[in-house]
Design a protein around this ligand. Sequence first.
Ligand code: PMV
Length: 313
Amino acid sequence: MATATAPGKVILFGEHAVVYGRPAIAAPVSQLRATASVTANVGAGVRLLAPDLGIDIAMAEAATDDPLAAALRQVMKATGVSRLPDLSLTVTSQIPVASGLGSGAAIAAAIIRAAADFLGQGALATPEWVSALTYEVEKIHHGTPSGIDNTVVVYERPVYFVKQHPANKIETFPVAVPIRLLIADTGTRSATKAVVAAVRQQWQAETERFERLFDGCGQLAEGARVAIQQGDLAGIGRLMNENQRLLQLMNVSSGELDRLVKAARASGALGAKLSGAGRGGNMIALVTLDREESVRQSLVANGASQVISSVIA
Ligand code: PMV
């Protein structure tokens, strides 16, 4: 049997603009994890199980865009295995789906690690390799992913990321003072692919204006990296607020997200913004320990379906 896990993630700065080559910053949420286990199951063929979702199917019956089958196929291709031995792949996840927390990337990364290990190819599974294969799986559901999700869930460190050719820029950096976040779920699911497509349409219609908005997001991410390295929490909070303003201008916030952002700031958060694709999903609020409880209560009172705390260090 082989088992592997991968964490969820939040985007701290630069979602959407990152698709257009601007820098962005993301961090893992290590207490929320996806887990994949592969066990030998002689005589049963290749079975895909997601017990939380009531899924138990043969790989041969899986839809062409099935994410579990897609991750296994990536491992087969990359390891040169043309036929899998009989096995059961079981996936569980604590990361809510379609909510901006990187659930798809974490599930794919966990499967890729566990399957490579099960096939005796664990030595191949460097972070670069797992991240590249995870990116291929992400493409099925995201269309044109920037690559930031697979990078942060595989490296499991805060990353400064720029999508570029021939290789993305991926830099880890020191976090001078722990960043205490509350992550609040609107409870509304939002498909990343649809929101990314909506931004692309607006960019096509108003290219100059959107290029300026993306430039603004990129500059905020640059500034945030410096603020994080200097431990300037108040500065990080201000940059988050400014990023939220630009995301609103891109029409990716929503009434629910705006309400949670406003509630967090009014109850003492140093800054707040949506995180991920937007139009639902999660928002993040930067808090100090003494304000954490009041901000949490305010988020719940303003409709958050779940509030998680996470410290980035
Ligand atoms: O919604 P999520 O967690 O998949 O985040 C998407 C981030 C975007 O910048 C909107 C898209 C991307 O591929 O980077």
